[in-house]
Design a protein around this ligand. Structure first.
Ligand SMILES: [Zn+2]
Length: 157
């Protein structure tokens, strides 16, 4: 999944679980903000899903965010981060690579993955692009529907 799908998934998850939307949206970008540069710029990992696409970093960052910003923001972070990992795992059924959730506690045969935006996008199958589009459109629809309802409520007061 790429940015629009991750943001849409985080928006939908934050509504479903009634958590802080801003925290969810921020957390939904975090794994890629860490792992893409680690792989694409510095070549420190064999693919662009380590180390932040793991349960360990999800748990540690959620704990730190709770300490720093409080539990309300932390719950939003937890949900948004989880939505990112879920989306990438679903995508892993359609494209090369996977989530190494239990890394570094479990040994995996690591996929040697993309080294930049171009090679990353080449890994996307047509099915995963359609999924991305559908999820993004659903997120946009929910976003504008919510804003419209909010404006309507304000007008009624
Ligand atoms: Zn990702």
């Amino acid at each position: 999944m790429i940015l629009p799908g991750h943001l849409a998934a985080a928006l939908l998850a934050s509504r479903a679980f009634r958590v802080d939307r801003h925290a969810s949206l921020l957390a939904s970008m975090f794994p890629d903000v860490i792992d893409k540069p680690v792989r694409w710029l510095f070549r420190l990992t064999p693919n662009d899903r380590l180390p932040a696409h793991t349960g360990l970093v999800w748990a540690v960052t959620t704990g730190l965010v709770c300490l720093w910003k409080g539990s309300t923001f932390g719950k939003g972070w937890f949900v948004g981060y989880g939505s990112h990992l879920c989306c990438d795992q679903v995508n892993a059924y359609l494209n090369p690579g996977r989530i190494y959730f239990w890394w570094p506690f479990k040994r995996y045969r690591l996929h040697v993955g993309p080294t930049g935006v171009h090679s990353s996008l080449q890994d996307f199958s047509r099915a995963s692009l359609l999924l991305e589009l559908a999820l993004s459109l659903l997120g946009i629809w929910v976003w504008f529907r919510k804003e419209r309802d909010y404006v309507k409520l304000e007008g009624e007061e």
